[in-house]
Design a protein around this ligand. Structure first.
Ligand SMILES: Cc1cc2nc3c(=O)[nH]c(=O)nc-3n(C[C@H](O)[C@H](O)[C@H](O)COP(=O)(O)OP(=O)(O)OC[C@H]3O[C@@H](n4cnc5c(N)ncnc54)[C@H](O)[C@@H]3O)c2cc1C
Length: 598
């Protein structure tokens, strides 16, 4: 087996991976970085982000406001010490990438433009038209090129972590072009492998988002945290699941049911204001908007289309000039995929799986419980997103915590002794090779990747959608348990080594099934409703029992063991989540109760 010696291996070259690599190169140019990615870096999902990145930018806003929106938006499941530091670093990181070339959109007087976003009670989302992720990723990629210490391994698929004597010592990866398994010996590994939305059939997520990094860490003994929290974005294009950014509503788009009513005022988000909007309505948090769709559908208020039930995203009052300037990409998407021009006609949309709040358990420095292993970006759970992420916090998160994970790994490398027992590490590397060989051998298995994957997708949608209940979740958990067994009998039709995408897909399926197993078990045991985890059989939030993170521990023989970790609360005690007029009334009552200032 080929062995590559490096200091820090990073799995994933999306926003988080590139930011971590740059942080390492800046901290110590002598540290060798192996940046491993299953696709060319610019094809990472960060590239698809449209709407923007949050950070306080104006005098009318405060860090406390960003903190409060994030903690309340996450239904108090966020770790508040991490959120406090996140909001402070957010504007610094966004300014930093501007200095590296990120072309933020501007106001006519030259200031960075900010737009309103869901659940943020004031406009603080920086954007580059509606291609923010593309510009951020491009900026990071081109910046990374100036550091010779960053060695890229594009189209290398990571398989397993090497763990020896209680520490992470490297990672194995298949060079997809040749099919060879390579052992990267490293003194630290950072996982930046993105989310796993592809475990659901209808998602905004690119095909590469299969939860590989989460599964790798999980199998190596690191718990997966808060996996039951899956975000539905309220405005996906029916049929494809392609996203129409929240920026559409930030710029003034409204949601209407089959009667043309802005129905969100029936769900505690109103009243419907004329633009400029002062209350929440369409700018309520994503969990609430997606749940409102579910209720409208039950009431028969959705619009029947050839793609199924939808509601209308109406932008027709905004005018062509504004749409072309700020939302050219989404206009194009609606035209290309539905044949609808949003300048003249409302666009049918429906909720779509978008983001995983849960992931690899890390502290606020990006460190996992396994020495030498770090994680950042969507695959990690720090946690600043709690039970429901606010739109535009994720791009900022990957900058803030990508940097932190990189810096923490540098400190670890500086402090750590020589790499562990080489023989043990090489033996583990050989186990990855055996996993690959077993799949390539063909064998007598009867299962196909496509068949098992479609069973997985179907059962996840049935049991773990916007609303959940025990009986259907249990069915899903049972199906996933059986898929865990059946996936061992997969037979590949293509058994060659060279650019074998069937092999990669088989390994991705193994990852996804482990992620599903952690998700369904965590969801079954959380007998409350909080944020994106809504149960029809336990409708209330239960702070007494569940103001805590679920931690799923891998068990090769059965479903994971779940235990719980307290949420860190610093300055915001759990309260009712209020939006729109209700939030304003509560704020006014609070002010009235305070003794008048001298
Ligand atoms: C359509 C869309 C729009 C979005 N819009 C916004 C927005 O406007 N604002 C916002 O804040 N958030 C947005 N998000 C969320 C946000 O973009 C993502 O959460 C974030 O970009 C994830 O970045 P990442 O670096 O963690 O992972 P990614 O960018 O997904 O990168 C993952 C990397 O890991 C690599 N990888 C994965 N598995 C392996 C493996 N086994 N071996 C080797 N490499 C591997 C991939 O090749 C890739 O390089 C959006 C998401 C989507 C899907």
């Amino acid at each position: 087996m080929d062995v590559i010696d490096t200091d820090i291996a990073i799995v994933g070259a999306g926003g988080a991976g590139l930011r971590a690599a740059i942080a390492i190169a800046e901290a110590d140019p002598k540290i060798r970085v192996a940046l491993i990615s299953k696709v060319y870096p610019m094809r990472s999902h960060t590239c698809a982000a449209e709407g923007g990145a949050a950070g306080v930018a104006r005098d009318n806003d405060t860090l406390d406001n960003h903190f409060n929106d994030t903690v309340g938006g996450g239904d108090w499941l966020t770790d508040q010490d991490a959120v406090e530091e996140f909001v402070v670093e957010a504007p610094k990181q966004l300014t930093r990438i501007e200095q590296w070339g990120c072309p933020w959109s501007r106001t006519p007087d030259g200031k960075v433009a900010v737009r309103p976003f869901g659940g943020m009670k004031i406009e603080r989302t920086w954007y580059a038209a509606d291609k923010t992720g593309f510009h951020i990723l491009h900026t990071l990629f081109q910046t990374s090129l100036k550091y010779p210490s960053i060695q890229r391994y594009d189209e290398f698929y990571s398989v397993d972590l090497m763990v020896e004597n209680g520490a992470c010592r490297g990672v194995t990866a298949i060079e997809i072009r040749t099919g060879n398994v390579i052992l990267f010996k490293a003194r630290a590994v950072i996982i930046c492998s993105g989310g796993g939305g592809r475990i659901f059939p209808f998602t905004t997520n690119g095909a590469i988002k299969t939860g590989d990094g989460m599964a790798m860490a999980y199998r190596a003994g690191v718990p997966l945290k808060d996996m039951e929290f899956v975000q539905y974005h309220p405005t996906g294009l029916p049929g494809t699941g392609i996203l129409l950014t929240e920026g559409c509503r930030g710029e003034g788009g409204v949601l209407r049911n089959k009667d043309g009513r802005r129905y969100l005022e029936d769900y505690g988000l109103g009243p419907a204001d004329p633009w400029p909007r002062k209350k929440a309505m369409e700018l309520g948090p994503r969990d609430r908007l997606s749940q409102a769709f579910w209720h409208e559908q039950k009431k028969g208020n959705t619009i029947d289309t050839k793609w199924g039930p939808c509601i209308h995203l109406d932008m027709t009052h905004l005018g062509e000039a504004l749409i072309s300037e700020r939302l050219p990409f989404v206009r194009d998407l609606a035209k290309s995929y539905l044949g609808i021009d949003m300048v003249t006609d409302p666009v049918p949309v429906r909720p779509v799986v978008h983001y995983m709040m849960g992931g690899i358990h890390t502290d606020k420095h990006g460190a996992t419980p396994l020495a030498g292993l770090y994680a950042a970006g969507e695959c990690a759970c720090v946690s600043i997103n709690g039970a429901n992420r606010l739109g535009s916090n994720s791009l900022t998160e990957l900058l803030v915590f990508g940097t932190r994970a990189g810096e923490s790994a540098v400190a670890h490398v500086h402090g750590t002794a020589a790499p562990g027992d080489a023989a043990v590490v090489e033996r583990q590397g050989a186990d990855s090779e055996k996993r690959v060989q077993a799949l390539l051998a063909g064998g007598s298995g009867t299962e196909s990747v496509a068949g098992l994957r479609s069973e997985m997708l179907h059962t996840m949608e049935e049991g773990c959608g916007i609303y959940r209940e025990e009986a259907s979740m249990q069915v899903t958990a049972d199906v996933i348990s059986s898929l865990r067994e059946r996936v061992k009998s997969v037979r590949l039709k293509d058994c060659s080594r060279v650019f074998n995408t069937a092999l990669v897909q088989a390994l991705e399926l193994q990852s996804m099934i482990e992620v599903c197993s952690a998700l369904t078990t965590s969801a079954l045991l959380r007998t409350e409703s909080r944020g994106s985890h809504q149960r029809l059989d336990y409708e209330k939030r239960d702070d007494e029992k569940f103001l805590c993170h679920s931690m799923a521990h891998y068990d090769p023989k059965g479903p994971p063991k779940i235990d719980y970790l307290d949420v860190i609360i610093t300055k915001s005690q759990p309260a009712e989540r209020l939006y729109g007029a209700a939030a304003e009334a509560a704020e006014a009552a609070k002010k009235a109760a305070q003794p008048a200032a001298e």
